[in-house]
Ligand binder design. Structure first.
Ligand code: C5P
Length: 397
């Protein structure tokens, strides 16, 4: 049920706009309050009168409507909802959102809001497949925007493929899952993941081996428990976790800067395999190979992000979790590491090649806290992530 939840529903222009009427009906039936906003072109497909009659609320249309500004400013309108839903969302509105354009009421609300946004795209299949739309989709997902659909099927334009608006019942289900309360709802959690790349020159770098699989799984598990997750990742192939805010970085210094920017957070999980050193005086031109001449590299130490954040006097997260990838004396080394870094927990694992853990789908971890070492059985990285997320939820209370 959506009893007394407030939905700001933005309807943009497209033949699928007629389904927004059924969507409003179904949301109202579940007890939600719907404030509708129509773009100029949406009015060509559905009338403000029918939208507002079904919503039993005024249908907002124009940014410069002074009466509306007197009743409720656009900033307030954008923030008074529990969820902003854009259905249908055209390719044009997606492009505006991805680029931060605000040239009408709908796009201004989307730029001004601090509320979670759920987008249900609807467009011709070629428009959906177009590299610009796919680029915008990626940008919006990285900004933490959630998506439902589009579905695949026959389209009003006579073509077949992905681009059809999700059915109203599917959109309602997505709304319900967005508004579902989890034990971490309202909690802000930072996760670092992946390797860092430390350049030698523009084409060469040093790095640790890291697929980013465990960090990504942890971010996903935290999102599922309702947390607001900020995922700071180095270059990794693993698809980014949906529903998290993604910050892409390259070097350890970039990662340190990004982490400082997202503070304060309630908890921080440092799963990244940060390179310990960077190359002093990295060349900004490719170093030429010369027969018989081997270049030598000078290193300087990278910031220890985990230790820095664990030892903060102001803004230290309530819970700081580090990782320890060891190849021998795992518990002993990881226990020392917990004390040296001053973090609360260390998730330790044996990454000797024979374990197949590095780059694999499974992990066998030991959780080290002030209560000692707790051995978890070997299991999929997603299960490790789920258990860890649940433990984090318990610890934050
Ligand atoms: O010291 P070591 O690299 O073994 O410690 C591993 C833990 O410290 C991991 O949680 C890793 O993310 C974090 N770390 C860090 N910054 C570094 C090195 C490691 O945050 N420069």
């Amino acid at each position: 049920m959506l009893e007394d939840k407030r939905i700001l529903l933005i309807i943009s222009g497209g033949i699928a706009a007629y389904k927004s009427l059924e969507l409003i009906r179904q949301l109202r039936k579940r007890g939600a309050w719907v404030t509708p906003v129509l773009t100029k072109s949406a009015k060509e497909f559905v009338t403000p009168l029918s939208v507002s009659a079904l919503a039993e609320e005024k249908a907002y249309q124009d940014l410069f409507d002074l009466t509306d500004e007197a009743e409720m400013g656009h900033i307030q309108l954008s923030r008074s909802a529990d969820l902003v839903v854009v259905a249908p969302c055209t390719a044009n509105l997606m492009a505006k959102m991805a680029n931060g354009l605000a040239d009408d009421l709908a796009s201004t609300l989307l730029l001004a809001t601090d509320t979670q946004v759920l987008v249900a795209p609807a467009m011709n299949v070629r428009m959906w497949d177009h590299p610009s739309t796919q680029r915008n989709l990626k940008t919006l997902k990285n900004d933490g925007v959630a998506f439902v659909g589009p579905n695949e099927g026959d389209m009003a334009c006579g073509e077949y493929g992905p681009g059809r608006l999700a059915e109203p019942a599917e959109i309602v289900a997505a709304v319900e899952s967005q508004l579902a309360e989890g034990p971490l709802t309202g909690r802000r959690i930072l996760v670092t993941s992946g390797p860092t790349h430390e350049p030698i020159d523009p084409v060469r770098y040093i790095a640790n081996r890291s697929s980013g699989a465990q960090g990504t799984a942890i971010a996903r598990a935290l999102v599922l428990l309702g947390a607001d997750v900020i995922f700071v990742t180095g270059p990794a192939d693993e698809p980014r976790p949906e529903g998290a805010h993604i910050v892409e970085v390259e070097t350890a210094k970039d990662m340190m800067e990004a982490v400082n920017k997202v503070l304060p957070v309630d908890a921080a999980v440092f799963a990244a395999a940060v390179a310990d050193w960077n190359v002093v005086g990295a060349s900004d031109q490719k170093i030429k190979k010369q027969a018989g001449k081997i270049p030598s590299l000078n290193f300087s130490e990278n910031p220890d992000i985990l230790a820095t954040i664990s030892q903060l006097e102001k803004d230290r997260p309530q819970l700081v979790v580090g990782f320890a990838a060891e190849t021998n004396d795992v518990v002993e080394n990881a226990t020392k590491k917990r004390l040296r870094k001053a973090c609360d927990w260390i998730v330790a694992n044996d990454v000797s090649p024979e374990t197949g853990i590095m780059g694999g789908r499974e992990n066998a971890v030991i959780l080290i806290s002030d209560e000692g070492a707790e051995h978890w059985p070997r299991m999929g990285k997603d299960l490790v992530a789920r258990q860890l997320a649940e433990r984090i939820a318990q610890a934050l209370g």
